[in-house]
Design a binder for this molecule. Structure first.
Ligand code: GLA
Length: 726
């Protein structure tokens, strides 16, 4: 078991294969302090690291007690008595007092991992992991906090969350309850976060950590296009394959805060959890609040180590059956092919061409319901438009199935159009502040998913639709941020955003329970809710509305820093690109989509014959190498966002017998010398043949000598190079 308690040293040790995490109970008061996190060490007695102003334990419990608290590395920080850094726990008593103080109460260690009620969370059995429940309390308030830590046997991951229980006699108002805190000495850290915007999600942002507070956050009600619920602290000289990296990623899909703070002493406090702004949760005596889970990763092998750990972890402990590690069907989606302008015949034309080419599924996107021919009506009315689709979804799905394709469908269940029967019958179902007209975005309003009757009404419609035809896949979209957030009892407004997210999780869980084989793909105007919370429900997520192959390189690079390639919806789209007008060859568009969940998003019937003729080969590549990209180890060899010329990613199968190198030659430049690229991840002694040149060389040769990038004349070209063990 990776967890133990040393009573003499008063230390908890949490070991993963490559890391050790130590927590000390400190002082007579019993503060829980973070002592050590880093490479695995055998020692328990590391409390000399907990030094205050150069002094070591034991501390004086008189004199400058506030200064003591303000420097102590805390396991779960609280405020009001001297720690002026970010508080994980914030609350107010009935009288409005905001001070608290948490000290050790008890602990429990056991095999396995508990699930978190109503929340997505990683899973693991007794053979995979062990859990520490570390209870602390504020005896003045009668408040108890259970800090949960689950340590995995095979991966350098610790899952963390907190459960806050009111065991007192008075109601408390939680005004902040973060999931995890990591207090450390600064090792010349850089801070890494992902930022972006619509159609330009998850750009990697790395900069030196500086004084004060910095990080990422969302207050949009969704995890957002703009930020990712993630931060990493990487030693300044840590690179792809060397150096220490500490990462935190939140399994949550709503407002969040991921913040690193460098305090006056140069100490670092990293925290992650639900954003406290606007959050207030009424906790009556006997009630408890469970925070979302944070996934904490340590790597001493640079960013690759962090990425591989997260990829393996999400593939094996977050994505669920039946789609866990299962090949994802290729598909054609009609959105960029037709937008709202389609009928059964048009869709069947596309399906016929798809069937001839070997594509496995047709997905019908927006516009099949109500009287929706533009984006200004019918959300909330999930009944098929028989004018466009005579015979309904059943007829269409049957015909598509007859052609040998599966059928998939787009829905946007969280939304309502003011022009809809649902809104006319229940205007109060939309989020709004009484007496104030709510703001439209994409002509739509948000349904109050915190209310069970609203969810039930939508779910009944969804259930009927999905039962009406053979539907193998659902694209669950969500096309606006949350505003005008009001609706519950007046003294519970601060709960609404979190209850909305819980409502969303509840509906997706119901969907999967009632349709267990369904392949769900989440989407939010592209990648506006690409987070580990959604990944628990849908094994793949639409990466971005930006379908231009060249822009996608950077978006997918940022996404793949954290997420397995098997999670990224990636389609060959129309050209010139509907996003930015760029013209790229059909083959290059396929090359960029190939590592993800591969598909097409264009009118197949309009393709040139030579383009159409390429599809079977592209699908054959996906069938053969998709599993290497999806299930293997991913390496970022070169980034066009850094070198301006070429982009190369590589995936190596777990048995190290096959490697695929996805090379996109973005911009041509006259060169005096060929580019030599050291490969990574191969077995040194195994000999591999290159599909490009036929050369056979040892893994060591390919890695330490390197591979010459094929020469190419022209922009936006590329190659898939395969190395097979001989
Ligand atoms: C969002 C999605 C798109 C498409 C449209 C339909 O923008 O990201 O892929 O489904 O909605 O309205």
């Amino acid at each position: 078991m990776g967890i133990s308690f040393n009573g003499r040293e008063r230390v908890f040790r949490l070991d993963t294969p490559g890391s050790t995490y130590l927590i000390n109970i400190v002082d007579e008061a019993g503060f829980l302090c973070h002592t050590y996190y880093g490479r695995r060490i055998p020692d328990d007695g590391m409390s000399y690291l907990l030094r205050i102003n150069g002094e070591q334990l034991p501390f004086r419990s008189s004199g400058d007690q506030t200064g003591f608290l303000d420097e102590l590395p805390m396991e779960y920080s609280w405020g009001g008595q001297g720690d002026f850094r970010e508080s994980c726990l914030r609350l107010e008593t009935e009288e409005g007092y905001r001070t608290c103080c948490l000290t050790y109460l008890s602990h429990k260690i056991y095999g396995g991992k508990p699930s978190l009620p109503g929340l997505p969370a990683a899973y693991g059995g007794e053979e995979d992991c062990a859990t520490l429940e570390l209870w602390c309390r504020d005896s003045c308030l009668g408040l108890e906090v259970c800090l949960l830590y689950t340590v995995f046997e095979k991966l350098d991951v610790i899952c963390r969350s907190a459960r806050i229980e009111n065991r007192g006699e008075k109601t408390l108002r939680l005004t902040g309850a973060l999931s995890a805190c990591l207090d450390m000495d600064n090792r010349d850290f850089d801070l890494i976060t992902l930022h972006g915007s619509w159609a330009y999600e998850r750009m990697i942002n790395r900069r030196p950590l500086s004084w004060g507070r910095q990080g990422a956050a969302s207050k949009r009600g969704i995890s957002s296009h703009q930020e990712q619920p993630f931060l990493a602290l990487a030693e300044h000289d840590a690179g792809q394959d060397h150096g220490q990296v500490y990462a935190m990623h939140l399994v949550y899909s709503g407002n969040f805060l991921a913040q690193a703070e460098m305090s006056q002493q140069g100490l670092v406090r990293a925290v992650i959890g639900i954003h406290p702004e606007g959050f207030a949760w009424k906790l009556r005596p006997g009630e408890s609040f469970q925070t979302p889970e944070a996934v904490q990763v340590y790597s001493h092998t640079g960013l690759d180590g962090m990425t591989h750990t997260l990829h393996d972890f999400y593939r094996n402990h977050l994505i669920r059956d039946p789609w866990r590690n299962r090949p994802r069907p290729s598909l054609v989606n009609n959105w960029e092919a037709t937008y709202f302008d389609f009928d059964t015949e048009k869709l069947l034309d596309i399906a016929r061409t798809a069937a001839q080419s070997g594509i496995e599924m047709l997905v019908l996107d927006d516009g099949w319901f109500g009287h929706r021919n533009r984006d200004d009506s019918s959300l909330g009315d999930w009944t098929v438009n028989e004018e466009k689709l005579p015979g309904g979804l059943k007829y269409l799905a049957d015909e598509v199935n007859r052609l040998g394709l599966k059928f998939g469908l787009w829905v946007e269940p969280e939304m309502v159009s003011p022009d809809s029967a649902l809104y006319r019958a229940h205007p109060d179902y939309a989020l709004q502040v009484p007496g104030r007209p709510p703001m439209l975005s994409r002509n739509q309003l948000v349904l109050d998913f915190s209310r069970a009757e609203v969810r039930d009404c939508v779910y009944a419609q969804l259930h009927a639709v999905l039962s009406s035809a053979s539907i193998a896949y659902v694209k669950w979209d969500m096309n606006r941020a949350l505003t005008d957030v009001a609706g519950l009892d007046t003294d519970r407004q601060g709960e609404l955003l979190h209850r909305y997210v819980l409502g969303l999780y509840d509906l997706q869980e119901r969907l999967l329970r009632d349709f267990p084989d369904l392949l769900l793909e989440n989407c939010a105007s592209g990648g506006g809710r690409f987070d580990p919370g959604m990944l628990y429900y849908s094994p793949q997520i639409w990466t971005s509305d930006n379908t231009d192959a060249i822009d996608r390189l950077r978006i997918q690079e940022g996404t793949a820093l954290l997420y397995p390639l098997s999670t990224m919806g990636a389609h060959v789209a129309a050209c010139p690109s509907h996003t930015n007008g760029r013209v790229t060859p059909f083959a290059t568009r396929a090359l960029v989509s190939l590592p993800g969940c591969f598909g097409y998003e264009l009118d197949l019937t309009q393709l040139k014959p030579e383009e159409l003729a390429m599809i079977p080969g592209q699908l054959e590549d996906y069938r053969k190498y998709g599993p290497v990209f999806h299930d293997g180890d991913y390496y970022r060899l070169a980034s066009c966002s850094e070198n301006g010329e070429y982009d190369v990613l590589m995936a190596v199968s777990k048995d190290r017998r096959t490697a695929v190198i996805d090379y996109v030659h973005v911009m041509s430049r006259q060169r005096r010398r060929d580019v030599l690229l050291p490969l990574r991840g191969l077995a040194e002694e195994v000999r591999y043949r290159s599909s490009e040149t036929g050369e056979v060389r040892s893994g060591a040769g390919w890695m330490y000598g390197g591979m010459l990038l094929p020469k190419m004349a022209g922009d936006f070209l590329g190659k898939l190079i395969v190395l097979e063990a001989v």
